[in-house]
Design a protein around this ligand. Structure first.
Ligand code: HEM
Length: 414
């Protein structure tokens, strides 16, 4: 007998850790109940939005469906502790709404336009070649791909843009892993209290505050200097919002791309004909980047809250209801994609929602695309063979899930 829809697990970190994204469950939901109300044990209720058209409709009405408040679904904490959803430890673009959201976004958006990002291509090529040079020197030619390869290029790029010194890369990676892995036993901080679990934020804020102060005294041409000199209507922005948004750019600027690179590798290994196609014509990396983002959908969901009663897909939505936008489900929507479960690196058109849509469309989308294009072009040119040598492990997370460990053996052109 089929599991009743209400009992499908599409949200616990454990499910994603043990079995990956719940694509079978979403396929059923898209067909049988595309806007379905869930109330799983340990969570506050939410509507699961699984069709692309509904996600677009919601995302384009930020006044009706706000991001402030419950912007990601987390389990309820023990009774004596404030919830991450109700008392978010950060106030950043992803949980702000217009008009405030637009003002904050404008502070740094000029650094992420297609034109601004194109200037980084040469540097990205150097970083990526250096990474493959290091791999070529390794003996034996074996590596844990997620942390030692996929993480390196996007992390180095965003830290260089921010002007964070290279010796601090490890620190940035650690706080990022602790942030997105807050439900993963490998990354969770020891301790029961909220303060213990969020200790990485305190450390990151301390470090970033120091760096911002340094740039105020000694400005440079980096993104930290832009944050340090930021003004909102001629005034200094509140410190908490400034630090939160810096933190967002720092961590969102590489973790997601790492997961796309790691998931992209798995997809190419699982689809050898596609890998062969890319090897024959590495310039396909440009378009393959889109398919990799569609296929992997590193940001699985964000959530919105209805600001008044409304009707969506014939369902009555009440003021205060949460709606979880499952981008990964929308990216397999049969009404939008032909053969959505086929990985095709030259899929065109590819109107995926991997970077969201509307007001909160990913600020770093052009940078992420460039990271991926450069990575997979050089990968196709230099990596002669690559195989998985042990179990692949997934992160225990339903917000930004993805592979946590992929042990590989490879041959590389030096
Ligand atoms: C493959 C890589 C990436 C994916 C899949 C991704 C995905 C997303 C998605 C789905 C959103 C929408 C949030 C919402 O609906 O509320 C978003 C927002 C955002 N992303 Fe990305 N992202 C990626 C890379 C990056 C990079 C490289 C940066 C670098 C700065 C970045 C910075 C941001 C920021 C600042 C926002 C908030 C935008 C806003 O709320 O106005 N992301 N991203």
């Amino acid at each position: 007998m089929q599991t009743p829809l209400d009992e499908l697990d599409i949200i616990t970190a454990k499910r994603y850790g043990d079995r990956g994204y719940p694509h079978e469950e979403w396929t059923r939901l898209r067909k049988e109940s595309p806007l379905h109300r869930f109330h799983p044990e340990g969570y506050k209720p939410f509507w699961a939005v699984t069709k692309q058209a509904d996600i677009i409709e919601i995302s384009k009405q930020p006044e009706l469906f706000k991001s402030e408040g419950r912007f990601v679904l987390f389990p309820e904490p023990p009774e004596d502790q404030p919830s991450l959803e109700e008392a978010p430890p950060l106030k950043m673009l992803v949980n702000m709404d217009p008009p405030e959201h637009r003002d904050y976004r404008a502070l740094v958006s000029h650094w992420f336009t297609p034109r601004a990002v194109r200037k980084m291509e040469e540097r990205l090529e150097v970083i990526t070649h250096e990474l493959f040079d290091d791999l070529a020197r390794k003996n034996p030619a074996e590596v844990e791909f997620v942390n030692e390869v996929a993480a390196v290029q996007p992390l180095r790029m965003i830290t260089e843009m921010l002007g964070i010194p290279r010796e601090k890369e490890g620190f940035v990676l650690k706080v990022t892993n602790e942030n997105f892995g807050i439900e993963d036993p490998d990354f969770q901080r020891e301790g029961d209290s909220r303060e213990d679990r969020l200790g990485f934020l305190t450390e990151a804020f301390e470090y970033v505050s120091g760096l911002l102060q340094e740039r105020r005294e000694d400005p440079r041409g980096d993104l930290t200097t832009v944050f340090a000199g930021a003004k909102l209507n001629g005034e200094d922005p509140p410190v908490f919002e400034l630090l939160s948004n810096y933190f967002l750019v720092m961590v969102a600027g590489h973790d997601t791309t790492r997961n796309a690179i790691a998931g992209g590798l798995l997809a190419l290994i699982e689809h050898p004909a596609e890998l062969e196609k890319l090897r024959r014509d590495p310039s396909l990396a440009e378009i393959a980047a889109e398919e990799i983002v569609r296929w992997t959908t590193p940001v699985n969901h964000f959530s919105r809250t209805a600001t008044r009663d409304t009707v969506l897909r014939g369902q009555q939505i009440k003021e205060g209801d949460s709606l979880a936008l499952f981008y990964a489900s929308a990216n397999r929507d049969e009404d939008v994609f032909a053969d959505p479960f086929t990985f095709r690196i030259d899929r065109d058109p590819n109107p995926h929602l991997g970077f969201g849509v509307g007001e909160h469309f990913c600020l770093g989308a052009h940078l992420a695309r460039l990271d991926l294009r450069v990575f997979f072009r050089i990968f196709a040119e230099r990596v002669k063979s690559i195989e998985i040598t042990g179990p692949v492990e997934n992160l225990h997370a339903s917000f930004v899930p993805g592979p946590k460990r992929i042990p590989v053996r490879y041959e590389i052109e030096s």
